[in-house]
Every structure is written in C-alpha cells, then in structure tokens.
Design a protein around this ligand. Structure first.
Ligand code: AMP
Ligand code: MG
Length: 338
C-alpha cells in the first residue's frame, strides 16, 4: 500500500515537473516581451523620444540616444566646433568621416533629383532667416544676395568635401531622418522586439506588425492629430509650416525656404509626410516635396517608390495611391481631396 502511494506521488511530481518545464520558458518569454523602456531627450535642436519593448530595451534606448548625440556633435552640427559640418563650413575644404560622407552623398542625390528644391548648400540663407529667433523678415536685398542654387558648388572627392565661395552647408532637412537610420541599426544589433523612436518630425517604426502614426495638425502642431496612418516598419517624416515660424503683419514666415526666391515656400501646402524604408530619404523628400509643391512633389515620391500625404492650406488631403486606405482622418475640418 505504502509502495503504491509512493508510485502515485512520484508520478504526480513527474507530471508537475513536466508541466513546469513547458511553462517556465513561455512565462519567462512573457515577462521578457513585456519589458519596456521610455526615454525622452533633446538633441538636434528638437525633442527625441524612444519607446522600446523587448530584451535590452533600456540599454538600447541609452545606446540610441548616445548615437544621436555623437552624430550631432561629431558629424552634422553647424554650431558644434569640431563637427565635420562646422569645420567644413569654416574651412571650405575638409576631410569628413564616413558617416557624414554617406549623409552628404544621399542628400546631394535628392538635391539633384528634386532640381534644387532641396538644397543643402543654402546654409547662409537659412542663417539669414533664422526663423526661430526673428520677428521681422530680412530685406529683399539681403535675400536676393543669397537666393539661388548652391548644391552644385559642393564637390566630393573620396572623403574630401570642397565648398564653392560663400557656400555653407545646413543639414537641418535631413539630419533627423539620418538619426533615425542610426537608431534602426542599433535596434537591429540589440535585438529588441519593437521600437518607436521620434526625432522631431522624423520617426523610426521598428519591429513586426503594424504601427499607428499621428499626422500633426498643420494649424497647431504636434499636440493634435488630424489623421492617423497605419503602416508597417519603416520611417515617416513630416515637414510642416507649423514647426518653426513667426508671424509678421498678418503673414506667416516659416522655416522651409524656396532656394529660388530666397523666401519661405508659399505654394498652398502646409504639411508633407513621406513614408520610406530609409530615414534620410523620408526626411530629405518631405522637405524637397514641400518645396516642389503638390504635383512635382507627388511625382518625385513616386520616382523613389515612397508613399506620401500632402495637406493644403484649405484642409484638403492628397495621398499617393498606396497609402490612401491606411489613412484615417480624425478631424472633420480636413477631408480627402477627391
Ligand atoms: P524639415 O523640417 O525636414 O523640412 O527641414 C527644415 C530645415 O531644413 C530648416 O529648418 C532648414 O534648416 C533647412 N532648410 C530649409 N529649406 C531648405 C531647403 N529648401 N533645402 C534644404 N534645407 C532646407
Ligand atoms: Mg526633411
């Protein structure tokens, strides 16, 4: 009898052990998957946020922020002494790092393909407008002296970059997207499950499944969303008049400049969002398409195989064909154009 009890007890222990063996891994996995990190910082003159889930999420968030800081301080900043762009702008000729070179080359490609709508050589015009700190527009003489194409006066020979007389580089239109590319590389290395990392108007969506991204109200900025885009992993960048501007005598002067006129773009658009599988491309195209306007901007996105959402001052929303069904308007003062 005693022996029988022992056998039953042994069998029960065995069954429990087997069940526990099956359960421990999924339970561990469950907790690993629920690991989450949120982090906020300020780099590249804008707010950076990271929302990461999966193993090593905290370390990954730290690494992403470090990488963005390094990219800014050593490569792209116009104002940080010792950065590639600072030194290049000061000296007119400079041997840049591979990271900066890759960003310059991709940017110059989009400058060319957009017919100079994107022009990373208009640093002096950007400084003249200094939209963040100005309250009145510069004089016509001042803008006339700096308007016109400049990117063709940037030449690249291996890592040595040379600027034409009076050309200064400004990577404000592409840097945040490039930072998102660095963030993606770090997420891929660290093996996190999902990440949403936003650097100002550029966002990295990393991981499997779908993500929703709010499109900021062109009137009030990012606090309100006028539409929600559902999309897979990739990059989404928005250029909008609301991001940086001042109002003077009833007119809005914003930070996206038309190199041809020397003035802020005034073509009826108030926001352009581009979805791409490259961060720098989504950022470069959002600015380029804003300057190009609705028709030429749409054509450029199609040429690059990117999806886009254009919003006009009168509240009409235009999209490339591939994205229309993924966009849901949540503010009834906006509507699809057709
Ligand atoms: P984004 O917010 O990406 O559209 O970039 C706007 C920033 O790019 C501005 O704040 C300027 O620093 C710079 N910028 C403005 N207009 C242009 C332009 N036409 N081409 C290249 N960079 C520009
Ligand atoms: Mg841009």
């Amino acid at each position: 009898m005693k022996k029988k009890k022992l056998v039953i007890a042994g069998a029960v222990i065995l069954i429990v052990a087997v069940i526990a063996g099956f359960c421990v891994k999924p339970v561990k996995q469950f907790f690993a998957d629920r690991k989450a990190a949120q982090k906020t910082g300020f780099y590249m003159d804008t707010v950076v946020t990271a929302d990461i889930t999966g193993e090593n999420c905290g370390e990954t968030a730290d690494a992403v922020f470090n990488a963005i800081q390094v990219l800014e301080e050593f490569c792209l900043s116009k104002t940080a002494e010792g950065s590639d762009i600072y030194e290049l702008n000061e000296k007119g000729k400079y041997e840049v790092t591979d990271s900066t070179l890759g960003i310059l080359e991709k940017s110059l490609e989009v400058c060319k393909k957009s017919g100079g709508a994107l022009d990373i050589g208009i640093g002096k015009l950007v400084d003249l407008w200094n939209v963040k700190n100005r309250q009145t527009p510069p004089s016509q003489e001042e803008t006339d002296a700096l308007r016109g194409s400049r990117y063709e006066e940037i030449s690249v020979d291996a890592n040595e970059v040379t600027l034409g007389d009076g050309v200064k580089i400004d990577l404000g239109a592409v840097g945040k997207g490039a930072a998102c590319d660095s963030a993606r590389d770090i997420c891929a290395l660290s093996g996190v499950k999902r990440a949403v990392i936003s650097v100002g108007g550029s966002v990295l969506l990393y991981g499997e499944g779908e993500f929703t991204v709010g499109i900021a109200s062109p009137e009030t900025g990012s606090a309100d969303y006028i539409a929600v885009l559902t999309t897979g992993a990739g990059f989404v960048s928005t250029s909008g008049t609301y991001e940086r501007f001042f109002d003077y005598e009833g007119k809005r002067y914003h930070h996206i400049l038309d190199p041809e006129t020397g003035y802020p773009v005034d073509n009826g658009l108030c926001s352009v969002t581009v979805v791409s599988d490259s961060g720098i491309l989504s950022d470069a195209l959002s600015t380029a398409c804003f300057v190009l306007g609705l028709e030429d901007g749409m054509n450029l996105c199609e040429e690059y195989g990117c999806q886009a959402v254009f919003i006009t001052d009168d509240g009409k929303i235009y999209t490339t064909d591939g994205i229309r069904d993924s966009l849901e308007i949540s503010d009834d003062s906006f509507s699809f154009a057709d």
